[in-house]
Design a protein around this ligand. Structure first.
Ligand SMILES: *Cc1c(COP(=O)(O)O)cnc(C)c1O
Length: 485
C-alpha cells in the first residue's frame, strides 16, 4: 500500500518537506525525573506502610515476605557504561541464581512438574519475540509467530483425544488454568443459563471461572479417594432439572490425584433426564491429561463421548520449562464464542491476546522426541515408583494413600515447616503429597524417606508422641494413627 505511506508523509510535511525539529530542542526538559525512592526512614516500603496504617485488617501474611530476599533494581551510575561494573554485578547475581535453581531442582517433590528435559537445541530461538496472538488457525499480520508448530501440536492432541482435524478447535494456552477458564467459558456460551457442577476437590481455577463469569455453581461432594461422588452429583442434578448442566470432570485432582469416572458422570446425567444438548462436560486434565491415555484401566477421555473440551498443562507431566497448556474443543462450539476483531485480522476465541510463541516449539520438540511410546514408558515408570514409595511409607508406619490410576502419593504432613520447604512439598491440612514425575527417581525417593524417618523419630521423640489421624482426609484404611493402626 504505497499510497497510504504517501498520505502519512503529506500529513507531516509542509510544502512537501518534513518539518525539522526546533533548533533549541532540549531533551532533558521532556524526560521525567528518575524513579522516586520508595523507602521510608524506618526502612519499610512506603506504600506498604500506608496500606497498613489505613486498614489494619489488610495485614494478612501471605507466605514469607519476599522483600527480605528480593533483588533490588538499582539505577546505573553515570560511569557504569565505562567500567562495566554493572555487567559484572549482574553476571554474578545470575550465576548465583543459577546455582540455587540447580539446587532447588534437586530437592523438589511436591508439585507435578517434570523437571527432566534438555532443550539446548532451542536456545537459539531466545533471540526472537515469538508471539502467536489471537487464533492459531488464522494468521494475523504479525509475522514472527510459531503457528506452524502450534497447529502441529494441536493436531497431535486432537488425535490423542479422537477428534477429526476438521472438527476440532484449540490453542496452546499459558497454563492449565487458562484451559479451564476457556473450557468453562465455552460451556457457558453454548448453554448460557447452565449451572456449573464441580466436585469439592476440583482445582480452584474452576471456582474462579464461576466467579468471573458469575455462574451459579454447585459443589459436589467427593469420596475419600478424592473422586466426585456421583450419587451426590445425581441428587444435585435432580434439584435443578430445569437448567442445563456444565460439568467439570477431573482427570486427576490436584491434591489426591483422583480421576473422576467420566462414564459414570455421563450415566448420571442420562439417569437424571439430561439429553446431550442440555449438558456440557469440560475435562480438566491439567495433571494427568497426558498420563491417563497410557493407563489401561483408566476411563478413556475421548471426543467420541459427549464431552465439550479437554485441557492439559504443558509444564507438568510433559515437561516444558515455561508454564503452558493445551486446550481442545469442538469447532462448532467456537462459533458461539468468537467475534471477529478487525484490528488483528483474526477471530477472537482465546482468553489471552498475546500468546507465548516459544511454548508451542518446546511442546513440538518434546512430542517429536518422545512420541506416544516415550510417554507410555515414562507413565509406567512414574506409577511403579509411586507404588514403591507408598509401600515404603507404610512400612515405616507412615499413613499413606495412592489412588490406583495416580502417581500422587498422599501421606501424613511432616511436622517441620523447614523440612516441608526443603523438599518443596505441597500440603493441605493434615496431609502432604509427593507427585512422582519422570525426574523423581527411586534414589531421590529413598533419600527423602531416610531423611523423613530420621526427622520423624526426633519429632515424635522416638514414640513418646503419636502421629495424628488422617482418616478424615484419606479414609481409615490408609491411616496409621494409634486408633486406626
Ligand atoms: C495444576 C492444575 C491446574 C492448573 O494448572 P496450571 O497450569 O497450574 O494453571 C488445574 N487443574 C488441576 C487438576 C491441576 O492439578
Amino acid at each position: 500500500m504505497v499510497g497510504s505511506v504517501d498520505v502519512l508523509a503529506n500529513d507531516l510535511s509542509i510544502n512537501g518537506a518534513v518539518e525539522p525539529l526546533p533548533q533549541d530542542f532540549d531533551v532533558a526538559a521532556i524526560i521525567k525525573d528518575p524513579l522516586p525512592s520508595l523507602v521510608a526512614e524506618n526502612g519499610i516500603v512506603k506504600e506498604e506502610a500506608q496500606i497498613n496504617e489505613g486498614n489494619e485488617k489488610r495485614k494478612i501474611v501471605l507466605g514469607r515476605n519476599i522483600h527480605t530476599s528480593c533483588l533490588e533494581v538499582t539505577e546505573p551510575e553515570a560511569d557504569d557504561e565505562v567500567t562495566g561494573d554493572r555487567e559484572a554485578h549482574m553476571a554474578s547475581v545470575l550465576a548465583r541464581y543459577r546455582r540455587s535453581l540447580t539446587e532447588r531442582t534437586k530437592y523438589h517433590l511436591g508439585y507435578p512438574y517434570n523437571l527432566d528435559f534438555d532443550y539446548g537445541a532451542l536456545s537459539q530461538l531466545q533471540h526472537f519475540s515469538i508471539n502467536n496472538l489471537g487464533d492459531p488457525f488464522i494468521e494475523s499480520n504479525y509475522g514472527v509467530h510459531s503457528r506452524q508448530f502450534e497447529v502441529g501440536v494441536l493436531d497431535w492432541f486432537a488425535r490423542l483425544w479422537e477428534l477429526e482435524k476438521n472438527e476440532y478447535w484449540g490453542y496452546i494456552t499459558n497454563c492449565g488454568t487458562e484451559g479451564n477458564l476457556h473450557g468453562i467459558l465455552v460451556g457457558r456460551e453454548v448453554l448460557p443459563d447452565g449451572i456449573l457442577y464441580a466436585s469439592r476437590e476440583s482445582h480452584y481455577s474452576i471456582f474462579k471461572a464461576a466467579r468471573m463469569y458469575r455462574m451459579e455453581c454447585e459443589k459436589v461432594e467427593t469420596l475419600c479417594s478424592g473422586e466426585i461422588d456421583c450419587d451426590d452429583f445425581k441428587a444435585k442434578l435432580l434439584c435443578h432439572q430445569d437448567k442445563p448442566a456444565i460439568i467439570n470432570v477431573n482427570i486427576g485432582t490436584t491434591v489426591k490425584g483422583a480421576v473422576d469416572d467420566l462414564d459414570l458422570v455421563i450415566q448420571k446425567l442420562e439417569e437424571a433426564g439430561f439429553s446431550q444438548d442440555r449438558f456440557y462436560i469440560h475435562c480438566d486434565g491439567a495433571l494427568f491429561g497426558l498420563m491417563m491415555p497410557f493407563v489401561k484401566r483408566a476411563p478413556k477421555v475421548t471426543f467420541k463421548k459427549p464431552i465439550g473440551s479437554v485441557s492439559v498443562s504443558g509444564h507438568k507431566f510433559v515437561g516444558c520449562p515455561m508454564p503452558c497448556g493445551v486446550q481442545i474443543t469442538r469447532l462448532e462450539h467456537i462459533n458461539a464464542l468468537s467475534q471477529n476483531v478487525e484490528y488483528l485480522a483474526s477471530r477472537d476465541a482465546t482468553i489471552m491476546g498475546s500468546r507465548n510463541g516459544h511454548a508451542p516449539i518446546f511442546l513440538w520438540y518434546t512430542l517429536n522426541r518422545k512420541g506416544y511410546r516415550g510417554f507410555q514408558k515414562e507413565v509406567q515408570k512414574c506409577l511403579r515408583n509411586a507404588h514403591y514409595f507408598k509401600d515404603r511409607l507404610v512400612e515405616a508406619g507412615i499413613g499413606a494413600m495412592l489412588n490406583e490410576l495416580s502417581s500422587t502419593v498422599v501421606f501424613e504432613r511432616p511436622h517441620d515447616e523447614e523440612f516441608i520447604r526443603r523438599w518443596q512439598l505441597a500440603c493441605k491440612g493434615n496431609i502432604a503429597h509427593v507427585v512422582v514425575m519422570p525426574n523423581v527417581t527411586i534414589q531421590k525417593l529413598d533419600d527423602f524417606l531416610n531423611e523423613l524417618k530420621e526427622k520423624r523419630a526426633a519429632w515424635f521423640e522416638d514414640g513418646k508422641y503419636q502421629p495424628y489421624c488422617i482418616a478424615s482426609d484419606v479414609g481409615e484404611n490408609h491411616c496409621l494413627c494409634a486408633l486406626h493402626k
